[in-house]
Design a protein around this ligand. Structure first.
Ligand code: SAH
Length: 355
């Protein structure tokens, strides 16, 4: 075990000894975001040598399509002289670099754009600064700080694999009602336990799931809902649009979807806090409901492959292959990874809305 794991595991054990079993949400928050030991705070996890690969790291086409989507939104909002592009959880900055390269081909677009990156990890922020050195960019750790950089115009917000990193609570239906799954100590190990479920969490269970069978696990994420309400609230005032990609479902469903990934393989969620990426599937139905509450207009949630193809990615792939014949087969396989039904194309979903 590395020093990092020891440090965080010990920290979590101390906290449990003092306060009692902690919620899965608190555990996830510490495992990913503890300032000294958190997974994202201490490393660049992407790529073949890392733990997992994301869509923008697979192909430049992903960011180019999103760039075209933002440019289209800018036209639909009547080419305002100033607007904001906010990316949440920008990783290495690859997606934004691809967006801005497309943006350069649209007259007036980049001059009007305020670019803001919301990122908590100092390691990844440094990577973003390097990738995007030629651009004028504002960095912020949270939405409140990000607002300092916003233009006096519409707000376009994007995020790829950002929502799945925000913490979830897990509730279990028992014969006596709902309880919360928590993390406790058993000897040297962290183990799952049950604690009484807070009423405010039970109130967030999606309507169709309140009568789930005994034994069912339902995940609720006040952090994701709160984030979406805040974003939508800002757009209601300024106009704008949002585009979020994530592993998830378009209809709320019961099930334990918490998973840990290290070195491109699944591992135990509790055994290596801080050393593995921990995520859970995003319940897009709930997030759409939050946007609707604020008055936003939603597109139906689509599979990533359907969205990318509707935006013309197949043509883009053919064009790139014509320009780079030596890479034609590589480009074709990137296209398949991003859009294919057995790859990211169907499991990843796209949430799109506007004000
Ligand atoms: N969008 C990138 C990276 C996805 S990984 C890509 O597709 O490659 C998740 C990203 O979200 C990382 O950059 C991580 O540091 C960041 N992140 C996680 N929790 C965050 C939070 N609460 N606020 C801001 N950024 C966060």
């Amino acid at each position: 075990m590395s020093e990092n794991t020891d440090g965080l595991k010990q920290f979590i054990m101390n906290r449990i000894s003092q306060n009692g079993a902690m919620s899965i949400a608190e555990y996830m928050d510490l495992a990913l975001g503890h300032p000294d030991y958190g997974y994202y705070m201490t490393r660049d996890p992407f790529g073949v040598d890392g733990d997992f690969t994301t869509a923008p790291e697979i192909s430049q086409m992903f960011g180019e399509i999103i760039g075209a989507w933002i440019a289209d939104q800018w036209f639909q909002h009547e080419q305002p002289a100033e607007f904001t592009i906010l990316e949440c959880g920008p990783g290495r900055g690859t997606l934004m670099a691809d967006i801005l390269r497309i943006g350069e081909t649209v007259p007036g677009f980049l001059d009007a754009a305020h670019i803001v990156l919301m990122e908590t990890s100092p390691v990844l922020r440094a990577a973003q600064e390097e990738t995007l050195a030629e651009y004028n960019i504002g960095w912020a750790q949270d939405l409140d700080a990000a607002r300092e950089y916003f233009a006096d115009g519409p707000l376009f917000v994007i995020g790829n694999e950002f929502l799945d990193a925000l913490p979830v609570h897990q509730l279990r239906k028992t014969a006596d009602g709902w309880s919360e799954i928590a993390v406790d100590i058993d000897g040297e190990d962290l183990v799952k336990a049950q604690i009484p479920a807070d009423e405010s969490l039970v109130a967030q269970i999606p309507q169709g799931l309140t009568s789930a069978m005994a034994g069912s696990v339902v995940e609720v994420s006040p952090a994701r809902r709160e984030f979406m309400l805040l974003i939508a609230g800002l757009m209601r005032d300024s106009g704008g649009a949002g585009l979020f990609f994530d592993y998830g479902h378009d209809r709320s469903a019961a099930g334990d979807t918490l998973q840990a990934v290290r070195d491109h393989a699944f591992c135990d969620v509790l055994s290596e806090p801080g050393e593995a990426d921990i995520t859970s599937h995003v319940d897009f139905a709930e997030l759409c409901a939050a946007v609707q509450e604020v008055g936003g207009a939603l597109e139906p949630v689509r599979a990533q492959g359907d969205f990318l193809c509707a935006m013309g990615m197949e043509m883009r792939a053919e064009m790139l292959a014509d320009q780079n014949p030596d890479y034609a087969s590589e480009i074709a396989s990137q296209f398949t990874r991003l859009t294919g039904g057995n790859e990211m194309g169907r499991l990843f979903k796209v949430m799109e809305f506007s004000f």
